[in-house]
Design a binder for this molecule. Structure first.
Ligand SMILES: CC(C)(COP(=O)(O)OP(=O)(O)OC[C@H]1O[C@@H](n2cnc3c(N)ncnc32)[C@H](O)[C@@H]1OP(=O)(O)O)[C@@H](O)C(=O)NCCC(=O)NCCS
Length: 134
């Protein structure tokens, strides 16, 4: 059974295996957990049977008007079961008071986020792969 938590006190690094599929360099589990704990809000999906995190989303925010969703990922073997949608619904809960909630995604995923009321926009990126420990 999958359950969702936003309190990360019981999430350990070893529960975060298998994420960042396809990334040439990845965050280490240490960085991954620190990102989730340091975010304004994070929600993880846990498979009780496997004692494993199978999906996560995090949000950064000024807490007043602006929020950003940097990461959403569901492990490949758990995709297509509504877990990503549930993570997004949970992380967006109560954010109507913010002026903006933004994220960056590939064009093919815009329809996925449009279901949640989001719309396409252009973006500009700066990346430092050397910051990733994994
Ligand atoms: C995108 C992602 C989080 C969706 O998670 P999920 O649990 O499979 O999503 P849900 O089960 O809630 O929804 C599945 C729907 O998303 C669609 N979808 C998933 N990945 C997609 C992609 N790359 N392009 C287009 N649609 C996609 C599926 O086609 C499916 O559509 P349907 O409901 O009409 O059948 C997951 O595929 C993932 O982790 N992908 C790799 C990382 C990634 O791309 N993250 C988003 C960064 S912006």
């Amino acid at each position: 059974m999958i359950h969702y938590v936003d309190d990360l006190s019981h999430v350990r690094e070893d529960m975060l295996r298998g994420f960042f599929v396809g990334w040439p360099q990845r965050p280490s589990p240490r960085q991954h957990l620190a990102v989730l704990r340091g975010s304004y809000r994070s929600v993880v999906a846990i498979d009780d049977g496997a004692e494993r995190v199978v999906g996560f989303v995090n949000m950064l925010s000024d807490g007043v008007l602006t929020a950003f969703v940097p990461w959403l990922e569901v492990l490949p073997e758990y995709q297509g079961r509504g877990i990503g949608g549930e993570l997004m619904r949970r992380v967006l809960e109560g954010t109507e008071r913010f002026y903006s909630v933004d994220l960056v995604c590939d064009a093919e995923l815009v329809p996925y986020y449009a279901r949640l009321g989001m719309r396409a926009a252009s973006s500009a990126l700066l990346r430092h792969p050397a910051a990733l420990e994994g």
